[in-house]
Design a protein around this ligand. Sequence first.
Ligand SMILES: [Zn+2]
Length: 256
Amino acid sequence: MTSRERTYRIEGIIIRRRNIGEADSIFTIFSNTQGKIDAVARSIRKPRSKMRGHLETMVQSSLFVARGRSLDILTQAQTIDSYQEIRGNLEKSAAALYCFELVDLFVEKGEPLPELYRGLKQFLEVLKATSSPLSVRYFELYLLNLLGYEVRVFECVVCDSRLPEQTALLVPEAGGLVCGNCRLNTGPGRLIPVPIIKLFRFAARVSLENYVTIRVTEENLNLLRLATIDLIRYHLEREPKSQYFLENLPPPPQKP
Ligand SMILES: [Zn+2]
């Protein structure tokens, strides 16, 4: 085996950490070229570890990894961005951790997904600058579409006709919106009013940077949230754990 095969270099975002043994930690990393990987950092919890601080959940790092028999081993780590702007804000941290969990649950290990990696980085960049909850909704829809769970919101998924400007039924099982005529022939769904249909359509058409500038009422934000969660829940066949945390944050402090 050559040295090139024994170690490899990746850029990655640490999406999960769990401690094992006396001083080791296993990190789940979503990387640019290798997709999702698990790798162990030996003695990382000892005060003198050089990798401490470069290996934390939500840190984007440049990493050297050695192939191990059962688990790959992190040998070097250098922080590229520690996302302090997100880390220091409870609401933003919860949003980032929720999206990390989605990536972790939806993506199989070792499947390279460079586009999703760019999308996740983009999401974190936008999250640094804005508090709009629309960023999470956009990421959910982006992730679903990219992984092949397309959500059809322009035509009825049953009869293919262009949806009229009226409430439609979102049927996750059918893959999108259903018109009034076809409603009786589909599985269970949620009624989606026109403003929410528009938010779905915008998400398919505009960039994340533009999407977060859209002004939305609290009520519509909540309706959109319930709708995207229906989709996530259907495709995952479970509830992401961090969802509960994200939706039950204490209200932000009142401005004086
Ligand atoms: Zn129809």
